[in-house]
Design a protein around this ligand. Structure first.
Ligand SMILES: Cc1cc2nc3c(=O)[nH]c(=O)nc-3n(C[C@H](O)[C@H](O)[C@H](O)COP(=O)(O)O)c2cc1C
Length: 350
């Protein structure tokens, strides 16, 4: 059975090892969504990962959900990300862009014309989002018209094309964390009565349309998808996850994707469900150590392991795992704030 340090082929890519860097929002973009120049250094420092999954990147101006997050919409965005992908490739690394639409998580503050955010249904998220003027209550979103939904799926495809123009090796569709795609999956958030609501097939339709449109645009073999059933975030409940995710495993099985990335972050264990029903490459994430990740590979329960928090303060995580070196802890104060501090200044092990 393979170890973390064995190569693996994911779709069109040959990875040198099975240690994947998780997508992690770090909020280091300019107000217009262009990544700061030093973002290239941050990712290049982590280029020894088998594959880097970028922080979540918004697919359209209506998709932006947080301050200082980056986009892949404008020529300036593409040029900004080109510096990042060039820096990663110069170090021999591979990088996918994680693409998302935040749906009802967005505040009008960031949306064109201070519009209401869009979502499957006009149901407000509880709580507050952080702005530079302090926390603000979420707002009631506008329910997308039936005729608009395919166009929103098309925004993912356009952003995927932009990602390839920016030099990314592929994209990961973000169908996790209670953002727009997962908002469609969850019947407590999606109360539609049209072809996108009600039955499991209908609630999964938007996700599968995004997969189809992105795959048709850049190739399924450069497209992955992340799922996090029942994650305790953004009011996700998914009472029928036990039926929805096996359905998705079967539906995605025929799509020829580079991989499915499952994060176990709630009260539903996606790993056995996908391993049983999904024959393609499966990446297991959330809560793994070198030891438990190695065990997953050894059991044949996943083809590669995704590590998030361990990569924050350990740019040379692959080497530290290989040599059994100790791991540094990240400073929680600078995870989402601090510019270069707490971002590009974590040293490699001596
Ligand atoms: C600082 C931070 C930011 C994150 N941002 C994202 C994100 O942009 N997209 C995403 O899919 N998950 C995001 N996550 C979740 C991680 O990708 C991962 O699933 C989670 O941290 C669990 O893995 P771990 O235990 O190895 O950290 C984030 C996690 C952290 C710690």
């Amino acid at each position: 059975m393979p170890t973390l340090f064995d190569p693996v082929r994911l779709g069109a890519l040959d990875l040198p090892n099975r240690i994947i860097m998780a997508p992690m929002t770090r909020s280091r973009a300019l107000p217009d969504g262009v990544p700061q120049p030093y973002v290239a250094d941050y990712y290049a420092q982590r280029a020894s990962a088998g594959l880097i999954l970028s922080e979540a990147i918004y697919v359209s101006h209506m998709a932006k959900g947080y301050v200082r997050t980056p986009g892949l919409v404008t020529p300036d965005h593409i040029a900004g990300w080109r510096k990042v992908t060039d820096a990663v490739h110069a170090k021999g690394g591979l990088i996918f862009a994680q693409l998302y639409h935040t749906g009802r998580v967005a505040l009008p503050d960031w949306l064109p014309g201070a519009a209401a955010p869009v979502a499957p249904s006009a149901l407000k998220l509880n709580g507050q989002n952080k702005t530079d003027d302090g926390p603000k209550d979420y707002v009631t979103p506008r329910a997308l018209e039936t005729g608009e939904v395919s166009g929103v799926a098309g925004e993912f495809a356009t952003a995927a094309r932009n990602a390839r123009s920016a030099g990314f090796d592929g994209v990961e569709i973000h169908a996790a964390s209670g953002y727009l795609i997962q908002q469609f999956l969850d019947p407590t958030i999606n109360t539609r009565t049209d072809a996108y609501g009600g039955s499991i097939e209908n609630r999964a339709r938007f996700l599968l349309e995004v997969v189809a449109q992105v795959s048709a645009t850049i190739g399924a073999d450069r497209t992955g998808i992340k799922l996090s059933p029942r994650i305790k975030f953004n009011d996700v409940q998914e009472p029928d996850a036990e039926a929805m995710y096996p359905y998705l495993a079967k539906a995605l099985d025929g799509c020829g994707l580079a991989y499915v990335h499952g994060a176990k972050q709630g009260g539903y264990d996606i790993h056995p469900a996908f391993r049983a029903a999904y024959k393609g490459m499966y990446l297991a994430g959330a809560g793994f150590t070198a030891e438990t990740g190695g065990e997953m590979l050894n059991w044949g329960s996943a083809n590669a392991i995704v590590f998030g928090k361990p990569f924050l303060a350990n740019p040379d995580l692959v080497r530290r795992f290989r040599e059994g070196l100790s791991l540094a802890d990240a400073d929680p104060k600078t995870i989402y704030w601090g510019g270069e501090q707490g971002f590009v200044d974590y040293p490699a092990a001596s």
